[in-house]
Ligand binder design. Sequence first.
Ligand code: SDX
Length: 429
Amino acid sequence: MSDSYTVTDPSGNSVELPKVQGTLGPPAVDVRKLYASTGGFTFDPGFTSTCSCESGITYIDGNEGVLLYRGYRADELAKKSNFIEVCYLLLNGELPTKAEYDEFESAIRMHTMINESLKRFFTGFHYDAHPMAMLSSIVGGMSAFYHDTTNTSDPEHRTIFARRMIAKIPTIAAAAYKYSVGQPLVYPSNDLDYCSNFLRMMFAVPAEEYAVDPVAAEALDVLFILHADHEQNASTSTVRLAGSTGCNPYAAMASGISALWGPAHGGANEAVLNMLNQIGSVDNIDQYIAKAKDKSDPFRLMGFGHRVYKNFDPRATVIREHCHKVLKAYGGDSDGKLELAMRLEEIALKDEYFVEKKLYPNVDFYSGIIYKALGIPTNMFTPMFAIGRTVGWVAHYLEMVSDPGMRIGRPRQIYTGADERAYTDIGSR
Ligand code: SDX
């Protein structure tokens, strides 16, 4: 088998381009010398066939429905590990020893508070601001507070940034929720684990004691693991592109939060619940399936389809199992949303449109049902995604800035505008 590709341009000139092959997955054509050799570019809007980097963090086999974090199956980690251990794995490449775990877990636990002045940022928002607007603003604002550790060529700075970001994102997300409901912000407690702490910051009120429900904490731990990373998705690629300019790391994180917000990406979990509310009843499913298939109708089946998975999203399978467990603990599927979602899935997966286009439920299809059962409001669903994905953004950012060969990301374009022309005075136009 050849180690290169031969590309022949329209003039008949051929150029040899090296093949790049990773540990797993398809090979790639190394086109870095294509423009210099042929004067031509590649063209790939949406990057359906383009690798932007080499990475050792996460591997996805879209056809087989496999997701690996540093070689370990994410669905196995969801069953056997915990989110803090998965954070260590994604950041360091190996599962921690007991001593390494204890040191890392303690460091995260001890850095959950935010600067008191950051709390004033919340009061600048109107009460009904979307929590994602607050999250991206406050995280971006961290770059105004933590400018003492932004030398990413310094390993110690990189470690402090990573731990601060992972530790503080739940505190900021919970504070955004508290501000939106007019309740006092709740300080984190060093007595609680990561997920229990978040639940308490979300739902405790000064007027009474708050007891964390272990079923809820365990469900969140699984959800955060399954959302932790997903190779070069839109928000992670945004973090890489922003970070490649050498900007403040917290500013790069804020760019990822903004990209995640879109309903085609992390905003889909909120859009799924809104869609289920819109469909309302099993009787209306066929009508909405027809709308989803109608090219003239902008309606899409939210939570279905994926750029990479052309099989079941392994995360959706685990989350669906947890739906049953959580709803059983919280009074069952009283509003029928899980039953509606499962019927929708069953009907869609038998429809030739969805079968032919390989549209399966993705990570966002079921997650909102669990969040809703835990009392988390719909507009907080995407911030929940951001809490889990922060470690993935940080891991990719650190992998990139630690690479001595890092270059600023700067794609080219196919220009389709006007040819050069001379300016004309307004009187003669
Ligand atoms: C996430 O990249 C990641 O890894 C993302 C993520 C992560 O962990 O970071 O996995 C998280 O973002 C999951 C995806 C959440 N988004 C949604 O659930 C929104 C609904 N899904 C679609 O918008 C869409 O499927 C995307 C955005 C997820 C994927 O878009 P692609 O790869 O660009 O696919 P496409 O839009 O080109 O669709 C291919 C065909 C099209 O029909 P044709 O033009 O070929 O005739 O499938 C159709 C689409 O119209 N299609 C759908 C559909 N998704 C695709 N039709 C109806 N309903 C849908 N949901």
